[in-house]
Ligand binder design. Structure first.
Ligand code: HMG
Length: 386
């Protein structure tokens, strides 16, 4: 039985900051951002947008086309959760009008959470092939202003329907795993921004790639040369390039740009969307590769600081292009507005009420869903367009 991705779709806000603006403010050579880390722009949410609205927008085209029937589980991966107890997926479940006979749960392990969700969904569908699981990864990456990591901020959500009818990609059973208790990036409950040891985190990312690759190989994984595309977790696009060069060198193979560059295209103009980043890279590879990937294997490397990593793979299905919402995705990227640096600062300081005071957001988003207000410690979402 084939199990994997039946539908996949992403969403980002309409606003972005051009990194040249940040370079001006930091007195940094913009080439450090463009060439050094491989980033041009970062997506940024308005105050009436958050991980819930991004997630609901990402899943909307899937639910519009597929309807809610058969979906009995929502697995919501995020590391920028809006509540310590209630799953963000429950708000999304309501906004999308999913059936009440449905389970909802939130998963967290830094940027790795969505991969755990995908594997759990595949396992569940193997047991109940008549059921489908909506996996959503949604994050807003916000680092300290003025720090080295600020240029890698971004945000976005990816929604995937996992089923026994994987019209886009069948997920292979073999995988390579690696976990290690390290402090490369973490966010204590009382902080709104993470603490990060940037250089160490990049080193651990590469070491984890090597460990997971070895485990994947020992579990009868595919050979390096068999893959048509490689998709990596992308904190910034140059990390994907470094990862690919490293993996090629471990395998004594030449580097073929065509096999990893298509996966970097979207990240370069969006930034780090943490748990969604690997899956944004997968969409980017499927939509930007010049080769028809039908029947071809794709490699996926997931890394979440702290750290958990997984190397796994899938086979792109014939006719996959007809199931992608490529035009919608391309429009989301091209039809955006640049933020001034001052407006970016205003948005960075999103209201964060601590004592039940009421925050009423102006209607700013052009999306279907919005965070209308936070009042008496409760978040109120609304649908403003269908
Ligand atoms: P930095 O230390 O300021 O940058 O920030 P740098 O000095 O290392 O420069 C970066 C690159 O730009 C270097 O190239 C420079 O040579 C080059 P490299 O040595 O890497 O080849 N450079 C230039 N190139 C052209 N023209 C110039 C120029 N100047 C310099 N004028 C750092 C970089 C990654 C540390 C920072 O962005 C950071 O802390 N980011 C956050 C952490 C991160 O993204 N880590 C990645 C791995 S961990 C991960 O992916 C997990 C994560 O997503 C979280 C999660 O799991 O939840 C982060």
């Amino acid at each position: 039985m084939k199990i994997g991705i039946e539908k996949i779709s992403f969403h980002i806000p309409r606003q972005y900051l051009e990194l040249s603006r940040l370079a001006e403010q930091h007195g940094t050579d913009v080439q450090k951002f463009r060439r050094g880390i491989g980033q041009e722009r970062m997506s940024f949410p308005l105050h009436d947008e958050d991980v819930v609205t991004l997630a609901a927008e990402a899943a909307l085209p899937i639910i519009k086309e597929h309807g809610p029937d058969g979906i009995d589980s929502v697995l919501f991966a995020t590391e920028t959760s809006i509540d310590q107890s209630k799953s963000a997926g429950i708000y999304v479940h309501n906004l999308l009008g999913l059936n009440t006979q449905c389970r909802n749960v939130e998963l967290k392990q830094a940027c790795y959470g969505a991969t755990a969700a995908v594997q759990m969904a595949c396992g569940y569908v193997a047991r109940r092939p008549d059921r489908k699981v909506l996996v959503i990864a949604s994050d807003v990456s916000r680092y300290d202003l003025g720090g080295a990591a600020e240029a890698t901020q971004g945000c976005g959500a990816v929604a995937m329907l996992i089923s026994a009818n994987p019209s886009i990609m069948q997920i292979d059973i073999m995988a390579g795993l690696y976990s290690e208790d390290i402090m490369d990036f973490w966010r204590p409950n009382y902080r709104i921004t993470p603490l990060v040891d940037g250089k160490y985190s990049a080193l651990k990312y590469l070491q984890s790639l090597s460990h997971t690759w070895q485990d994947y190989q020992s579990n009868e994984g595919r050979a390096f040369q068999d893959f048509a595309q490689f998709c990596y977790h992308l904190p910034f696009s140059r990390m994907g390039k470094k990862a690919h060069m490293y993996l090629a060198s471990i395998n004594d193979q030449p580097v073929n740009k065509e096999k990893f560059m298509p996966g970097l295209v979207y990240n370069r103009v969006i930034g780090n969307c943490y748990s969604a980043a690997l899956y944004l890279s997968l969409i980017s590879a499927l939509e930007n590769s010049e080769e028809d990937l039908s029947g071809k294997p794709v490699a996926l490397f997931s890394y979440g600081s702290g750290a958990v990593a997984e190397f796994f793979s899938g086979v792109v299905q014939p006719g996959y292009k007809a199931h992608m919402v490529t035009e919608r995705h391309k429009r989301l990227i091209t039809d955006r507005e640049a933020l001034s640096y001052e407006r970016y600062l205003e948005l960075w300081h999103a209201p964060n009420p601590q004592n039940g005071e009421e925050i009423v957001n102006k209607v700013e988003t052009q999306g279907a869903f919005r965070l209308a207000k936070i009042s008496d410690h409760k978040r109120y979402y609304e649908t403003i367009r269908s």
